[in-house]
Ligand binder design. Sequence first.
Ligand SMILES: Cc1ncc(COP(=O)(O)O)c(C=O)c1O
Length: 307
Amino acid sequence: MAAGQRRGVTVAGVNPESAVDPKVYLNGRYLPLSEACVPVMDRGFLFGDGVYEVIPAYGGRLFRLHEHLERLEASLQAIGMAPPLAIDAWPARLTPLIEPFDGADCSVYLQITRGVAPYRDHLPSAGLTPTVFAMGSAIPTPNPTLFETGARAVTTEDLRWGRCDIKAITLLAAVMARLEANEKGGLEAILIRDGFATEGAASNLFVVRDGRLITPPKSRLLLPGITRDLVLELARLHDLPYAEEAIPLDYLRQADEVWLTSSTKEVLPVTRLDDQTIGNASPGPRFRQMRQHYATYKERIRRGEVV
Ligand SMILES: Cc1ncc(COP(=O)(O)O)c(C=O)c1O
């Protein structure tokens, strides 16, 4: 039986016995989700004062863990917080959260807030103890048919702040963009700032023109996605031409292919953008190549050949 199909697995490889009230990690302890509570004076609750990561796991192995933890440290540093744990202390804390999934695809959500405040003030009190929370869950991957047909995305104004490179838990603008996309029948919102497409509400953006992959360069206007970096790495490895260049809205609309990338979406083709079609309205040849490379890479992770 394939990994993830053991012990009464029904939904997306999740073991229901463990998923009913899964064990989560909170401030150094593992406890059932139903018992995990954070005080209302937590600055994450009051101010959205915290950062997070979503780390996929394939075959019981956390995917690009080091890169995720480095990005976590960069986010913490950017908001003036010391890391609560050294990078090499995280694997032992996080691995127990994926064990109940028996090797099936899953993910770890990890959130760190600045801690519980003695009183509500924007200025953090000195000496707070960070709140560290992590849980394992099934990966909410898109419906598999979308990889065959492509998804619809809608463009909307990028209303976010000036530090989108920080993976902050403060996600209201992204939530609003996703609500708008959903109302218009889109799976994702592609965010437009000053006439340029930056990224998706929860994904990075690639376009293909004349066989060349293009994604916006890293800056404070977008999240440095781990999947984005992997896609560029696979492009290099397989001699697919690519460039990191700004994407004007017109260029996006005229693209041969549009993709969204994220830990949960992987590489997802977009074939409808607002009321128009992209390319010939079905996933393009570069997408099919990249999907194959990505699938091979995941398989190598499952076998423990790469991290
Ligand atoms: C705004 C934004 N951009 C890009 C991404 C993709 O990042 P990753 O590939 O590391 O999942 C995410 C993921 O949640 C995101 O929220």
